[in-house]
Design a protein around this ligand. Structure first.
Ligand SMILES: *Cc1c(COP(=O)(O)O)cnc(C)c1O
Length: 371
């Protein structure tokens, strides 16, 4: 079978290999069979290896849903009675966590920083000192909305110093930027299969400390379907998801993990870096400017400022590139007009070079004047 290859430069779902796509074509199976539980057991254990989580302290819990389900679950499940969450917020994805707190009417502090900067650690520490009832600190590893990498190791250390647990949304770094949950002071992290692991959307997972999940059994419950302890306990008892898992998506994730370990953590990181560097190089050549200081960029997402070239029209450029097999994506910064080019997925430096040939011909096609 010949499947058209599209280069996705959006921040996930990512371009996948054909072998991952084809891994979904399997004989029908009832997911309540032991054979399927065995597959999930291996998958859960491999996920721990990706973030170097020791099996005796950490577990991974699978859920059926997009990445946001993890944010919902961690926040609604891990807050003890009478305690507060501190959200260290410098962008759209941290704001999503704030919205979850609001939706569940949870006591929280929205510690807001500029979307153009990393959070200031002294302000985080001050909030922790002034609010001894903070039990959970939350911060995104990589603000996918802008491309900023946040100092989670330092934020996690502050949380622990003040007796709080640390949850990090690592959806857009896990499997791309090496992460070591113990060294990085992360009690809970999360991702969905369609980003760093280059698998299919519909499977998400939380990796976290077993002891804390077990303690959370006695915390107020705020959801039925999205409760971390309930799903964990069901996995412990039966090896299965509480309700129907995304069966074929799980086969794809298993294949993707196999390919992840084949490529290797460092080599994969280097490939994403090379793609990112090629993006900056191509932008420089076209005279396009970016919104975020390169020194704080993750190396996975680049926010490009709309140029003031005559005839510039993002939608038209998008459609032209899409037609040629390249997907570019709108920005997520409310205070400036940007679009995003991302280094996720099974793509290479050569794909980026081809993309810039396409972009240049789009500029010529629409007579977008280059200065
Ligand atoms: C992609 C992403 C999510 C999840 O988004 P979904 O659309 O629900 O899959 C969550 N957090 C971050 C940082 C992300 O990049």
């Amino acid at each position: 079978m010949n499947i058209k290859r599209n280069v996705l430069l959006n921040p996930g779902p990512a371009t996948t290999t054909d072998t991952v796509k084809m891994a979904q074509v399997v004989p029908d199976i009832c997911p309540r069979e032991k054979a399927f539980a065995d597959l999930m057991k291996g998958l859960r254990s491999d996920l721990l290896k990706v973030v170097h989580a020791p099996e005796d302290e950490y577990t991974s819990v699978l859920f059926c849903g997009s990445g946001t389900i993890n944010i919902d679950i961690c926040i609604n499940s891990l807050l003890p009675e009478g305690k507060k969450i501190l959200v260290v917020n410098n962008g759209a994805y941290n704001s999503r966590a704030v919205e979850v707190c609001q939706m569940y009417h949870l006591p929280h502090i929205n510690l807001q920083f500029s979307v153009y900067e990393q959070p200031h650690l002294d302000a985080v520490e001050k909030a922790l000192q002034e609010n001894p009832d903070i039990a959970v600190v939350y911060c995104c590893h990589h603000e996918t909305g802008t491309g900023i990498l946040n100092p989670i190791r330092e934020i996690g250390a502050l949380a622990h110093k003040h007796g709080a647990i640390f949850i990090s949304d690592t959806t857009s770094t896990l499997g791309m930027i090496p992460l070591d949950v113990v060294k990085d002071n992360v009690d809970f992290c999360m991702a969905s299969a369609q980003k760093g692991l280059m698998a299919m959307s519909g499977l998400s997972f939380i990796i976290g400390r077993k002891k804390i999940i077990e303690e959370s059994k006695n915390y107020p419950t705020r959801s039925y379907y999205c409760n971390l302890y309930l799903q964990y306990a069901y996995f412990e008892k039966t090896g299965e998801m509480h309700f129907t898992p995304p069966v074929q998506t799980i086969y794809a994730a298993i294949q993707a993990l196999k390919e992840y370990f084949q490529e290797g953590e460092e080599a994969k990181f280097a490939r994403h870096r090379a793609v990112y560097n090629a993006i900056h190089e191509g932008l420089d050549k076209l005279g396009l400017r970016t919104a975020i200081d390169r020194s704080i960029e993750s190396g996975l997402v680049v926010s490009v400022l709309y140029p003031d070239y005559p005839n510039w029209d993002f939608e038209k450029i998008h459609d032209y590139c899409f037609h040629h097999g390249f997907t570019i994506y709108p920005g997520k910064i409310s205070t400036s007009n940007t679009f995003r080019l991302c280094a996720l997925g099974a793509i290479t430096q050569k794909d980026i070079e081809d993309f810039f040939i396409c972009l240049k011909s789009a500029f010529e096609h629409f007579q977008i004047a280059l200065r």
